[in-house]
Design a protein around this ligand. Structure first.
Ligand SMILES: *Cc1c(COP(=O)(O)O)cnc(C)c1O
Length: 389
């Protein structure tokens, strides 16, 4: 089955939908049983998509879990109330006091805050590593290194990682590999084909796709699924049925949306690359992006999110006249919806510790939405003119 077809078909078992196209939204805490035998049967099968108790899911949840496994390729999928809860829930499922963790230096900032905060307090030591380290990560792996965490491309700075090389080095020394695969989406990066053990999605982004719900997923291979599921349940994680429904609904048009996001973003990225204000564009599909060769080798496509670095003629504070009152690009901390967003990066010099952030000019992140790219370019062009005046 081609990936577009799979996106339409995934998770739509009659058992979950009851014969209509989309599964109904079950609002449920208690599942009731008529007989002791029925109840025992539910207990026995509660880890295998059997109705047992609301927290462990209903057919609404089972449909999304099945769909994510079909799309990403794992054997099981845990659902969380946000993308960050998926990061936290997945990491806490495997880390114990005394463990060592290797975290990519360009991780999503709240993931970094978790490492420096709660994980540190519980006795997990984090070493940040160069996103472009590849198999060289082997030298950083210690006897107590339990986990290597990759996020490719990195948040804001967009370095694309050599995930297969990192995964091989980790596995050779007995560590597991978690990946934040939000940018790649289940459509454009197949984590389990590249050695990942647990793949995390902020489904809030392209899966929900309309900026109207928070949702997270973590899909695991055979080796990690039982532990991920049971530990995440131990911590009480579950996702609300209406949000799960929005995730399922979003999935069906995600391929079409991504293709348009990709086309628009490439058009805007090419235009930016030709501008005198811009030092270089960090879009994984362009050669100017660190790790571009791994994008070409491993990804099936790109999306609407990328960054550009301005020349050292500009300081962050000078961007204000550009950013204030843009017509189409609004400032906001998320991405993956149908709308365009612009975000100046702040504090990269402090938030990169393995490799010093070298660029002198400010970095701006864009999310390119589904508007016409020419209108977006005009909005940016007028913005640049406001700075230069
Ligand atoms: C947004 C984001 C998250 C967190 O998702 P939320 O649903 O906002 O909690 C995690 N990782 C990446 C890469 C993200 O962009």
């Amino acid at each position: 089955m081609k990936k577009e077809t799979r996106l339409v078909e995934a998770g739509r078992k009659k058992q979950w939908t009851g014969g209509v196209v989309n599964p109904p939204v079950y609002h449920a805490s208690t599942v009731v049983f008529d007989t002791v035998a029925d109840m025992r049967e539910a207990v026995r099968n509660r880890a295998r998509s059997h109705m047992y108790y609301g927290r462990r899911g209903t057919p609404t949840h089972f449909a999304l879990q099945d769909a994510m496994c079909e799309l990403e390729g794992g054997v099981g999928c845990a659902l969380y109330p946000s993308g960050l809860a998926a990061v936290t829930g997945a990491m806490l499922s495997f880390l114990e006091s005394g463990d060592h963790l290797l975290m990519v230096d360009g991780a999503y900032e709240p993931t970094r805050t978790l490492c420096d905060g709660y994980l540190k307090n519980m006795g997990v030591e984090t070493t940040y590593y160069d996103p472009l380290i590849g198999s060289g990560i082997s030298e950083l792996i210690r006897d107590n290194t339990r986990m290597v965490f990759v996020e490719s491309p990195c948040s804001l700075t967009m370095e694309v990682q050599d995930v297969p090389a990192i995964a091989k080095a980790a596995h050779d020394k007995g560590a597991i590999v978690l990946m934040d695969n939000t940018w790649g989406t289940p459509f454009n990066f197949k984590p389990f084909e590249h050695g990942v053990d647990v793949s995390i999605q902020a489904a809030t982004k392209y899966i929900v796709g309309h900026s109207d719900a928070m949702l997270g997923t973590a899909t695991a291979n055979e080796k990690c699924w039982d532990q991920l599921r049971e530990m995440s349940l131990q911590l009480g994680y579950c996702a609300a049925p209406d949000d799960v429904y929005l995730g399922l609904r979003g999935l069906r048009t995600m391929g079409l949306r991504l293709e348009q996001h990709e086309e628009n973003a490439l058009k805007v990225a090419d235009w930016l690359a030709s501008r005198p204000e811009v030092d270089h564009v960090r879009h994984p599909a362009l050669e100017s992006c660190p790790g571009h060769e791994f994008f070409k080798r491993d990804f099936l496509g790109s999306c609407g999110l990328f960054s550009f670095v301005m020349t050292d003629n500009y300081k962050e504070s000078q961007l204000t006249p550009m950013l204030d009152n843009m017509e189409l690009f609004k400032m906001g901390f998320s991405w993956g919806g149908y709308e365009s967003l612009i975000l100046p990066a702040h504090g990269l010099d402090k938030n990169r510790t393995a490799v010093k952030w070298q660029a002198k000019g400010p970095l701006v992140r864009l999310h390119i939405g589904l508007e016409n790219a020419d209108d977006l370019i005009e909005d940016l062009e007028k913005g640049f003119a406001r700075i230069d005046n």
